[in-house]
Design a protein around this ligand. Structure first.
Ligand code: GAR
Length: 201
């Protein structure tokens, strides 16, 4: 579990993911040719996660870790060595330990596939969120980008966008609609946060 870092003068973003990594891919593409900001590393807790392959073409260092390493402080040490301006969770399904949250207060953001505070909390991830939205019969849903605090999905909201749900939409259809919003906005919001630009599009 070694990691060779890209050492230069750029502002570092670190990504955390556990799954397929379509948001990670989008973020890597967005910053690929940026002269000031770079994705410095991908942190992943699942060796077989699709996201590990997604970053290969970009030459981004990957750091595979276990829950034990996350909770023992090993991940924190690695993070400190990178000194990221922003830590971006993109489909990362473990809870970050208190020590990481407190050392990087308001420097960690997450994307959630609902309009928080609706359909958030433990167990609310991926298709479970969209199934719950469908079960409730809501006519719209959306995505939320928020700061990460010690609780699941409860930090201050940075940005939200909604999308209509048709009566015939399945949870999978809803997932596709929400993912489209995520791909469209997440990288731009990250960029705006780093550069301190307005993002009330
Ligand atoms: C995204 O929809 C993201 O919002 C969600 O997981 C998906 C990851 O997709 N995150 C959560 O549910 C967190 N509670 P991706 O791996 O293709 O980016």
């Amino acid at each position: 579990m070694d990691i060779s870092l890209k050492v230069n003068q750029k502002t570092n973003i670190v990504l955390f993911a556990s799954g397929g990594g379509s948001n990670v891919l989008r973020i890597c593409q967005y910053f690929e040719n940026n002269s000031k900001i770079q994705v410095a590393a991908l942190f992943c807790n699942k060796s077989n996660a699709g996201v590990m392959d997604r970053v290969k073409p970009f030459g981004i260092p990957t750091f595979l870790f276990s829950k034990t390493q996350l909770e023992s402080g090993e991940v924190l040490i690695k993070l400190k060595s990178i000194a990221p301006k922003l830590i971006v969770l993109a489909g990362f399904l473990l809870k970050l330990p208190q020590q990481i949250v407190s050392q990087f207060r308001r420097k960690i953001i997450n994307i959630h596939p609902s309009l928080l505070p609706k359909f958030g909390g433990k167990g609310m991830y991926g298709i479970h969120v969209h199934q719950a939205v469908k079960n409730k019969g809501d006519t719209s849903t959306g995505m939320t980008i928020h700061y990460v605090d010690e609780q699941y999905d409860s930090g201050d909201i940075i940005f939200q966008k909604s999308v209509d749900i048709a009566p015939t939409d399945t949870p999978e259809d809803i997932a596709q609609k929400v993912l489209k919003l995520e791909h469209y906005y997440y990288a731009s919001v990250i960029h705006a946060l780093i550069e301190d630009l307005p993002y009330d599009w």
